[in-house]
Design a binder for this molecule. Structure first.
Ligand code: ADP
Length: 565
């Protein structure tokens, strides 16, 4: 609860920090003026040394705020110093005869901006006690304080102080007000965007869902031609994928907002993961009805580098998706290059382009552009927000160059860490599309163990495996799975659900691997978090399948995994 409150207060803390920074600058300027004026008026050395001391101290405080560490310590220091200076000033500047009481009012008003909640009341009480003591001293023993040599000096001193403090208050309160006004407008705008996001969300979910429900109904009709069924199934799959991506994006966004989004850098080869993206989009563009061509230029050499390739792919895919969405005809050109300190990714399209005044808004959360007749484009408006945050977390930069009607160029950089050139003979990664074998070669001697606690999902897997001619065994829990494996050591492959009742999938994995380090184990889960995928890769699962599992994908996957045995 505390950290949530701290999170909510983040804007406020920023404000307090900014305020202390502005305040120290103003105090520095005023101290400087004080030194000059007091020297001109020929006041005592103490009255010149005091502003000098405050000048030096507030220079220190300025750098403290810039560093931004231990804000509470900073606040306490500022408050104690202001007490100290006020009292010294009161003593040396002739108590209630001089402008000291004005200074108290100024100090009080400023401390309100620094402290909040209960602490503010404590500080206020302390100030009140302080001023009562001074009042008592001044009233009971007027002689302990010196008096001005002449009245003119007193008059000049009082009025210059009034002007100076007035200016001081004006500058600081104005800065604070402007800041709060800006924040207020930002909050209103973000609230509006959020409402339109929620309205829009229902649309973005219902559209694909409608297709899925509609076409599933039709497939059940027996009069359909088999070719039609395949068509409908493809439509359902596409919509499924849209929905899953939407959910992924929303999860990622909420993780970014709650600071729990994780980046996992590790050594990876650059070209293979780019090639996966290249193949996917070449296929997608070939299948689309648009008159588009797609070209991807990969780095000249094959590099390995320390980066989070999953996240980089996510950003790149997102930008290419947008390019396709906003381009009716022409070319989409993607290029990736290595430039010593960083990798640079460019996605260029010949689409509708972006209006000048929208360029800095498109990266905002929920922002969506409008078409010519003021119609909002389809989408949720989180794609670019997410991309920009991910690039920022990866330590890079993202920007756009575009002219309305002339296409757009999105670029981003990712810092290069431990980059090395690889020897050219790196094997190409296998994409499932390549491994096609005649159906009769199915290895039906291979025994597969399905571990799945959900009845309908288990039924689905059993039906699929049976129709492909595999022998299989089923377990509903991890314990059962281990027992079955003990009795059937000829099991070649395990399809392991991760969220099992009792012992977790990860534990089952570990124990199975202990028994047989060569056993092929595929994770299958409805938990779409990328962290799970990363964890599975780290643990050494042979593959990671997200539910709903595409049956053709599973078939090719099984065939490939069992063939390579
Ligand atoms: P969404 O997730 O809905 O696609 P984005 O955050 O990705 O939203 O994009 C926000 C807006 O940026 C889009 O509505 C569109 O106006 C503009 N935009 C993004 N990419 C392009 C592009 N390649 N060409 C033209 N406009 C674009």
């Amino acid at each position: 609860v505390n950290s949530k409150r701290e999170l909510d207060l983040k804007g406020f803390i920023n404000f307090e920090k900014k305020f202390m920074k502005s305040m120290s600058i103003v105090v520095i300027v005023i101290s400087l003026l004080g030194i000059i004026i007091n020297s001109f008026l020929g006041f005592s050395t103490a009255l010149i040394l005091a502003p000098l001391a405050s000048l030096l101290i507030f220079i220190g405080i300025y750098f403290w705020t810039v560093k931004g560490e231990n804000l509470t310590g900073l606040k306490i220091t500022i408050s104690i110093l202001s007490f100290l200076f006020n009292n010294l000033f009161w003593y040396y500047n002739y108590g209630s005869h001089g402008p000291a009481p004005y200074l108290f009012v100024v100090t009080y008003s400023l401390l309100i901006f620094i402290w909040r909640d209960r602490q503010l009341y404590i500080v206020t009480a302390a100030l009140l006690i302080n001023i009562c003591i001074l009042f008592y001293l001044d009233y009971m023993n007027p002689n302990i304080i010196l008096d001005y040599d002449n009245d003119q000096g007193r008059i000049v001193d009082s009025y210059t102080a009034a002007i100076m403090y007035g200016a001081f208050i004006f500058v600081l309160v104005k800065l604070a007000k402007d800041y709060l006004q800006r924040e207020y407008l930002k909050a209103i705008e973000s609230d509006q965007l959020k409402s339109s996001f929620l309205e829009n969300m229902s649309h973005e979910i219902r559209t694909p869902l409608n297709a899925i429900v509609g076409f599933s109904g039709m497939i059940a009709e027996s009069e359909l031609h088999p070719a039609q069924k395949v068509d409908f199934k493809n439509i359902i799959d596409k919509n499924n994928e849209l929905l899953l991506r939407l959910i992924d994006d929303i999860l990622d966004m909420s993780k970014i907002e709650s600071n729990t989004f994780t980046i996992k850098n590790k050594m990876c080869e650059i070209n293979p993961f780019l090639e996966v993206i290249k193949n996917t989009f070449e296929q997608q563009i070939a299948d689309s009805k648009k008159n588009l061509s797609f070209k991807m230029i990969l780095p000249n050499e094959s590099y390995s580098s320390e980066m989070d390739s999953t996240r980089v792919s996510q950003v790149l895919t997102n930008l290419i998706d947008n390019a396709i969405k906003f381009t009716e005809s022409g070319l989409i050109l993607v290029s990736v290059s290595y430039q010593k300190k960083y990798f640079k990714f460019i996605v260029q399209d010949t689409g509708i382009g972006i209006k000048e005044d929208e360029k800095d808004k498109i990266f905002d959360r929920f922002y969506k552009g409008k078409g010519n007749n003021n119609q909002l484009y389809r989408g949720t408006g989180i794609g670019l927000y997410l991309s920009s945050k991910i690039v920022e977390l990866l330590g890079g930069r993202i920007w756009v160059d575009s002219k309305e009607g002339m296409g757009s160029t999105f670029s981003f950089t990712i810092p290069s860490v431990n980059t090395e050139v690889l020897i050219p003979e790196t094997p190409k990664i296998e994409s499932p599309r390549i491994i096609v074998e005649p159906a009769k070669e199915i290895d039906n001697r291979s025994k597969i163990l399905i571990v799945e606690d959900d009845d309908s999902n288990l039924k689905l897997l059993e039906t699929l495996l049976e129709s492909w001619g595999y022998r299989y065994l089923s377990a509903l829990t991890g314990e059962e799975a281990l027992e079955i494996y003990n009795q059937h050591q000829d099991i070649k492959l395990v399809l392991l659900d991760l969220n099992l009742p009792g012992i977790h999938g990860y534990e089952v994995f570990k124990r199975l691997r202990e028994q047989n380090p060569d056993l092929t184990i595929l994770a299958q889960t409805a938990n779409a978090m990328k962290e799970d995928e990363i964890k599975c890769t780290e643990l050494g699962f042979n593959s990671f399948l997200r539910k709903p599992i595409e049956s053709e994908f599973l078939r090719l996957h099984l065939r490939h995994k069992l063939r390579s045995k």
